[in-house]
Design a protein around this ligand. Structure first.
Ligand code: 5RP
Length: 225
């Protein structure tokens, strides 16, 4: 079993009958959704899934998991999602799979959030992983130049050589190669205030539990705030 599968299975064991569960996106969340599908089929697990992307929705539906949109539920009990980097103080970068907007909306409406990662995602400071910024196409070149001026080393995320990557909402992604983010709270505030920025991949103080996959087994970290 690979590390992503290990943590995916472990996280799925936190899901109980009657829960409304936020279903994350990515190659680690994939295993968690597969396991929930198995439990629905084999154990009669009774849950409602709230997907964070079209891809996770399609996967969950195929597995027979009951799906609702975020606006069709009163609350989300637990969201389980992957992450691209997690710092020593448990801020995170997400959006490597371009699903950051829906992921953040589902996360902030959740009573609890679990992130599942392999050990390579645990870092001292965020920033080696390019920080995704989701932007409205109108005026995106202006934002790109602004990021260049600020020395944020922007690049448009591409679908292929000629086509920009589009999110599930039809926005573009500009990835910022920052190398080290000394103050993720200040950077989040700065990006929040930029017109044309829809959302960014800084998920500061948003996780309750991190499950990290190591070769000798999963480690569960309850985040104290
Ligand atoms: C998608 C995400 C993913 O959770 C993140 O990119 C981790 O993905 P993976 O588990 O495939 O490494 O934020 O937008």
């Amino acid at each position: 079993m690979n590390l992503k599968e290990m943590v995916g299975l472990k996280a799925a064991s936190y899901v109980k009958d009657g829960m409304t569960v936020g279903l994350g996106t990515g190659s680690t969340a994939y295993y968690m959704i597969e396991e929930l599908g198995r439990r629905v089929k084999e154990e009669g697990l009774d849950i409602v899934g709230v997907p964070t992307s079209f891809a996770s929705k399609e996967q969950a539906e195929k597995l027979g998991i009951v799906i609702k949109d975020i606006d069709e539920v009163t609350h989300v009990d637990l969201t389980i999602d992957g992450a691209d980097e997690i710092s020593h103080d448990f801020h995170g970068i997400k959006g490597g799979g371009a699903a950051l907007l829906f992921e953040k909306i589902v996360a902030i409406n959740s009573k609890a959030v679990i992130w599942i990662v392999d050990e390579s995602k645990m870092v001292e400071k965020l920033g080696k992983f390019p920080l995704p910024v989701e932007v409205v196409p109108y005026g995106q070149e202006q934002l790109f130049h602004l990021f260049q001026t600020k020395g944020y080393n922007p690049s448009f995320r591409m679908e292929n050589e000629d086509t920009l990557k589009k999110t599930d909402s039809g926005h573009s992604i500009i990835d910022l190669q920052l190398d080290v983010i000394e103050d993720p709270i200040a950077l989040a505030l700065e990006l929040d205030q930029m017109v044309g920025v829809v959302e960014h991949g800084l998920f500061n103080s948003m996780v309750n539990t991190v499950i990290v996959g190591y070769a000798d087994g999963p480690k569960v970290i309850d985040v104290q705030r």
